[in-house]
Design a protein around this ligand. Structure first.
Ligand SMILES: [Mn+2]
Length: 245
């Protein structure tokens, strides 16, 4: 079991076929922390609303998370796909899981990190993301191919490399979108008197520093299988999960 001060994951999109639930269960079995932040789009209410998809594996994962809640503090920050939870923020009290709109995490060396899903960016600027450019159907096929390549590479123990990310970054639109998003989120950190920001939403895991403010994106569990962790020495790292058998 790997032990951390904190773990951040987001964009697991439960309720869709593209969610890598089995990897996520495996991740929770081998990783633990004092605080576990679920940084939004954990459940995909949009897709569930269109078509109900909830196989047994999804309940299995929820049980795994509830088991975690016995020892860890769990903070659930809803995103745009699970925004239905935002209406109940004050009502929901579920064992040791707290629901918040955003949160501020204090690292070991007393740095303040603003934690937010990050979809407030979209309400400021409506820009087509990669998914909108490609369309839902093509996107799902594209992700399947990409995941298949990732799986092959993992089985050969090659370092993380995402086909999907490579293709996306070839697009100027996507690059621009990501750069603007990062600037926006860094400003959110400044507005909230924080030294850094942790978010998700754009499915692009990354650690950067912009004008002295730390920017962390925990990625997603549709293609990247990534998480942010603060280790016991207070260092925040990005990890790409490879299944432990
Ligand atoms: Mn989102």
């Amino acid at each position: 079991m790997n032990y951390y001060r904190a773990i951040w994951i987001s964009d697991t999109h439960l309720g869709t076929k593209t969610s890598n639930v089995y990897h996520l269960i495996n991740f929770f079995k081998h990783n633990s922390a004092d605080s576990i932040y679920l940084v939004g789009d954990i459940i995909d209410g949009w897709e569930l609303n269109k078509k109900w998809y909830w196989p047994k594996s999804h309940n299995h994962l929820l049980r795994e998370i509830l088991k975690k809640a016995k020892k860890s503090k769990i903070i659930y920050i809803p995103g745009n796909h699970d925004s239905f939870l935002r209406n109940f923020l004050s009502l929901i009290k579920f064992s040791s899981i707290t629901f918040k709109k955003h949160s501020i995490h204090k690292t070991l060396d007393q740095k303040k990190i603003y934690v937010s899903h990050g979809d407030q960016f979209d309400s400021v600027r409506k820009i087509s993301v990669f998914m909108n450019i490609l369309g839902n159907f093509l996107y799902n096929i594209f992700i399947s191919i990409s995941n298949w390549i990732t799986h092959l590479r993992n089985s050969k123990n090659l370092p993380h490399w995402s086909f999907a990310t490579q293709i996306k970054m070839k697009s100027k639109n996507v690059k621009n979108y990501i750069e603007r998003y990062k600037l926006f989120m860094v400003n959110e950190a400044i507005r909230n008197n924080c030294d850094g920001v942790i978010c998700g939403h754009i499915h692009y895991p990354e650690i950067d520093n912009i004008n002295g403010i730390d920017y962390y994106n925990d990625g997603d569990w549709v293609e990247s299988l990534s998480a942010l962790v603060e280790d016991i020495n207070g260092k925040i790292k990005l990890i790409y999960w490879k299944e432990i058998k």
